[in-house]
Design a protein around this ligand. Structure first.
Ligand code: FAD
Length: 501
């Protein structure tokens, strides 16, 4: 173990990853380290990544972000889930919403009673038993009300949509106010110590040398330190997640800002729709083996809700992860650590969990191989479990209208996912391992939304009579419908909070 104390932390890159890291470290480390961030205006940021999952609320709390100010400054909106269109069969749609399903009845989770009643032909569609899904459909929003007992209003869970450039700007302002020093310039190379290969400085085009002991690589797909300098190696997952390009284009906002993301499957990929206050973000993620860029652009432009505000911008990527997120004295975060498709809006969360892990294993004085290995093990676990969840959406399609979807349905899948699918098929059970990100409810919604056949439900569901369960399901559905009725519209809620100081 090297025991030299760390004083200088250098963050390379100022996109969402760089500025989230800067804001979190400046807040938590409380001025005890020098934090500098190098970024290049000329290179710019990837500029996509505008939908999140509910854990982002925790990040905002830790760095002390005021929600009203945040929504104003980032032109944000609220997100109650993701609507998937055409993923099972053409013409079908389902909502993967946040928060729980139903209420407690007896020993089993809600979904098992629902499965029993569905088998008897006596259950309504699953989403009618969830307040967030019903509110999303109705264009309503409010935060949870923890002051009311036994009400679905307590179960509202939400995330945000925001403008990625405005978010980076906002976090920059906050970080600089807390002592982070920003250095503008293009890095031309990193230099390494002769004895251990650790990075000791990055050098800029203008000759400036920025030295440090801990380097956080947030340089995006380039992976300036983790790959270009340390040659860590990349594990390619294209055989499971074959999309390799995206075209992104903003368009005019629709009259009502929907409180959810939409992911519409096309012939050789899918299109996102992320509603913001000042515009709607759109993008077509596709596989270049199956469709040309021109055709992909035409599909994207033909499926906008409003007038396009720019030409589509092409982004190329490769799905997979770097073999180590922490190598020597470099920790890679954001796109520099790996890339999974944005289908479930998980990249920003992976930045957040990487920052949390860095703080958990903060090196301070010394570089422990044990800490680094544990960091890398946890990071791999996160990536692989999310990867499986995303593959499920592709693999579980029943579309026969294109070679792309047929290939996805027939591809070999990871063993970990195979096991999850086998367990669900058998009795509708979701096996959740350790702290994996997506909960049982998340998996159930995709399994059910995409028509996963099951052979039976949990035998203990038969300990309750059909009459009792029917009464229970009806009352859950009825109370949720009443709650949604009294919620304000999403537009009205945003307008009110943006007006508040
Ligand atoms: P970047 O934004 O690329 O930032 C890299 C930084 O490094 C920049 O500041 C750049 O100037 C700097 N830099 C690079 N090279 C140099 C150099 N030589 N010298 C100086 N500075 C340098 N995530 C989600 O959570 N939700 C989504 O909905 C979502 N959608 C996505 C859609 C697509 C098509 C893609 C590709 C990604 C999406 N993501 C999404 C991922 C998300 O965009 C990223 O996780 C997030 O933006 C973080 O990017 P970053 O900061 O790692 O990289």
């Amino acid at each position: 173990m090297n025991t030299e104390p760390i004083k200088d932390i250098v963050i390379v890159g100022g996109g969402t990853a760089g500025w989230m890291t800067a804001a979190a470290l400046a807040t938590v480390l409380n001025g005890r380290y020098n934090i500098r961030l190098v970024e290049s205006d000329e290179i710019g940021i990837v500029g996509v990544g505008e939908a999140t999952i509910p854990m982002i609320q925790r990040f905002n709390r830790v760095v002390g972000i005021d929600e009203n100010e945040f929504m104003r400054e980032t032109q944000g909106s609220f997100k109650l889930g993701i609507e998937f269109v055409n993923w099972g069969r053409l013409g079908e749609r389902y909502m993967h919403g946040f928060g729980r399903l139903g209420q407690d009845l007896a020993t089993l989770p809600f979904d098992q009673y629902w499965q029993k009643m569905r088998a008897a032909g006596k259950a309504a569609p699953l989403e009618q038993y969830s307040i967030t899904r019903m509110a999303a459909r109705a264009g309503k929003f409010m935060p949870p009300r923890f002051d009311v007992q036994n009400s679905p209003l307590r179960d509202i869970n939400y995330a945000y949509h925001f403008d990625a450039s405005l978010y980076a700007k906002y976090l920059r302002k906050l970080s600089e106010a807390r002592g982070v020093v920003r250095i503008e310039g293009k890095i031309t190379r990193a230099t390494q110590r002769a004895d251990n290969g650790f990075i000791d400085a990055v050098e800029l085009e203008n000759g400036t040398r920025v030295e440090g002991e801990l380097f956080i690589d947030c340089s995006g797909f380039r992976g300036l330190l983790i790959e270009q300098t340390l040659q860590t190696g990349f594990e390619d997952w294209t055989h499971w997640l074959p999309a390799d390009r995206a075209l992104a284009v903003p368009c005019e906002s629709a009259p009502a800002i929907t409180p959810y993301t939409r992911a519409t499957a096309h012939k050789s990929g899918w299109q996102w729709r992320i509603p913001l206050q000042h515009r709607t973000g759109n993008g077509h993620v596709y596989c270049s083996r199956f469709i040309s860029d021109d055709e992909a652009a035409s599909t994207l432009l033909a499926n906008l809700d409003g007038k396009a505000l720019a030409d589509p911008r092409l982004i190329k990527f490769q799905t997979g992860m770097h073999k180590q997120a922490w190598n020597r004295n470099v920790v890679a975060l954001g796109l520099a650590s790996g890339f999974l498709e944005p289908l479930e809006s998980t990249s920003i969360h992976l930045i957040q969990s990487g920052i949390q892990r860095l703080l958990d294993f903060f090196p301070d004085r010394g570089w422990s191989g044990v800490d680094r290995d544990e960091y890398n093990r946890q990071s791999r676990f996160d990536y692989e479990r999310i990867r499986d969840f995303i593959i499920l959406h592709y693999h579980l399609n029943q579309r026969s209208d294109s070679e792309y979807w047929k290939e996805c349905a027939n591809m070999a899948i990871p063993e970990t996912l195979r096991h999850k699918m086998d367990m669900y098929r058998s009795r509708g059970r979701v096996v959740r391992v350790d702290n994996e990100l997506f909960s049982e409810v998340g998996w159930i919604q995709v399994f059910e939304g995409q028509n996963m056949p099951i052979e039976g439900y949990h035998p203990l569901a038969d300990t309750q009579s059909e009459e009792d369960i029917a009464e229970y399901l009806d009352s859950v559905r009825g109370v949720i419908a009443k709650c949604v009725e009294v919620m304000p519209s999403h537009d009205a809620y945003i307008a009110k909070m943006c007006a508040a100081k």
